[in-house]
Design a protein around this ligand. Structure first.
Ligand code: SF4
Length: 174
């Protein structure tokens, strides 16, 4: 069974009020990454660099063969809780490998229509993305924050946050 040990902790790069932790894994998950890629809905997979970036329980996570980095965590207790769930998920994927068709390359991501429909649709580019659809995808991947769209009101931002949370709940298929 896979285990982890936290080896580093510091301020989260995206949100200085939160923490980011680095953990070493007890064994390599390099061969497992294509299977994880198959069962996670929104993720960024770099088969060459052998890293896998996705949101897990609302936190941005980077998986490497022997290392995990997780950010936007409230404190060490939360970090351990998220890592415990993550290791449980990885062990579950490992135990179900024979039932999963591995995906060895980055896969086309579905449009997060639940988020797209909540955005203004003007494609103004002020969020730094070329179009609202691209912004929605970054939100699903945890690489953007709703308040980067300056056209959204407070109520609309809350609705987008709810839609992101709902997506997070459907993020893994095992
Ligand atoms: S700032 Fe808002 S309206 Fe403009 S492209 Fe980005 S998401 Fe769309």
């Amino acid at each position: 069974m896979l285990r982890y040990e936290i080896i580093g902790m510091g301020a989260c790069l995206a949100d200085g009020a939160k923490i980011r932790v680095t953990a070493m894994l007890s064994e390599s998950i390099g061969q497992l990454l294509p299977y994880i890629n198959a069962v996670v809905r929104y993720a960024s997979f770099d088969p060459g660099g052998r890293s896998f970036t996705f949101k897990f329980r609302g936190c941005p996570v980077i998986l490497e063969p022997r290392r995990v980095v997780a950010g936007q965590l409230d404190d060490l207790d939360t970090a351990e809780e998220v890592l415990d769930y993550l290791i449980e998920f990885l062990n579950r994927v490992q135990s179900k490998k024979v039932q999963i068709n591995p995906v060895f390359n980055p896969k086309p991501l579905p449009q997060p229509v639940e988020i797209v429909r909540l955005l203004p649709g003007t494609n103004c580019g002020q969020c730094g993305e070329q179009a609202c659809v691209a912004f929605a995808l970054k939100l699903a991947l945890g690489q953007q924050q709703p308040d980067s769209c300056l056209s959204l009101t407070g109520d609309e931002i809350r609705k987008v946050l709810d839609a992101i949370e709902a997506l997070n709940d459907q993020q893994v298929e095992v």
